[in-house]
Design a protein around this ligand. Structure first.
Ligand SMILES: [Zn+2]
Length: 254
């Protein structure tokens, strides 16, 4: 079996507290090539970095998720810049906008998104973007700030939005959402994404693909998403995995 690269996981999550190391040992041995683990709250940066020290093929993305911008120190950008000097830190993320839950602070989210995009640009680092119920504002900021290397993560929008994102030069990454029964939109969007801009991820412990919905997700489950994407593209799953692995290597420089 070809090993998969999972470009977006959260191994700092408490869902992995009971067996984190056994699980990662097994994954790297059996089915997983490389992992980018995303530490996306101020207090998750150190735990994520510690994981990178333990596993040569586990890398970190550090940033502040739009839902986690409310409790961080005023010098968080300086701290993020300092930690990003670590060679195992390969991206800023996930950052963006999330208007899903009530009482979000739009202005504050936009400010944090913008300043982290600007930092990534100054550090020449790729960016992982999170956007939920905020497509217009996200696209407007991307149009204005034009990150050189960015990926729209866990994409489940329309084919039309995918085309917009591609026209801005972004990569598009899919999770297990692609395997869901009601995934018609995501399937159409995936068909729009050229193979050289396509990436795969789990967003684990969330977003388990069919047939594991409801279970804890882990990086081995990229295989199910890959099989679906390969079907859409009309190529072998192993060929698709090889292409997506290479895309991830180039994108993150890993
Ligand atoms: Zn995530």
């Amino acid at each position: 079996m070809v090993k998969v690269t999972d470009t977006h996981a959260h191994y700092d999550d408490e869902a992995f507290d009971s067996d984190r190391y056994e699980l990662l040992d097994r994954l790297f041995e059996t089915s997983v090539n490389k992992i980018v683990s995303v530490g996306c709250a101020y207090d998750r940066w150190e735990p994520t970095l510690r994981l990178t020290e333990r596993y040569p093929c586990l890398y970190a993305a550090l940033g502040v998720h739009p839902e986690d911008i409310y409790d961080m120190p005023s010098d968080y950008l300086e701290q993020l810049e300092r930690l990003s000097q670590n060679p195992k830190v390969v991206a800023v993320g996930e950052i963006g906008l999330d208007y899903h839950y009530e009482n979000y602070d739009r202005e504050k989210q936009i400010a944090a998104f913008r300043e982290q995009l600007i930092l990534a640009d100054r550090l020449s680092m790729p960016v992982i973007i999170h956007s939920r119920d905020a497509t217009e504002d996200t696209l407007n900021i991307l149009r204005e700030l034009r990150p050189k290397k960015a990926v729209m993560h866990c994409f489940s929008g329309s084919a039309e939005t995918a085309r917009e994102i591609l026209s801005l030069g972004l990569h598009v990454s899919f999770t297990g959402v692609l395997t869901f029964k009601n995934a018609r939109k995501a399937l159409e969007a995936c068909a729009e994404v050229p193979l050289d801009r396509l990436m795969l991820e789990t967003d684990c412990p969330y977003m388990s693909p069919v047939p594991h919905r409801g279970e804890r997700c882990d990086s081995s489950m990229v295989h199910f998403t890959a099989a679906k994407a390969a079907e859409i593209k009309g190529i072998d799953a192993s060929e698709l995995i090889n292409i997506c692995n290479k895309n991830a290597d180039n994108f993150f420089g890993i």
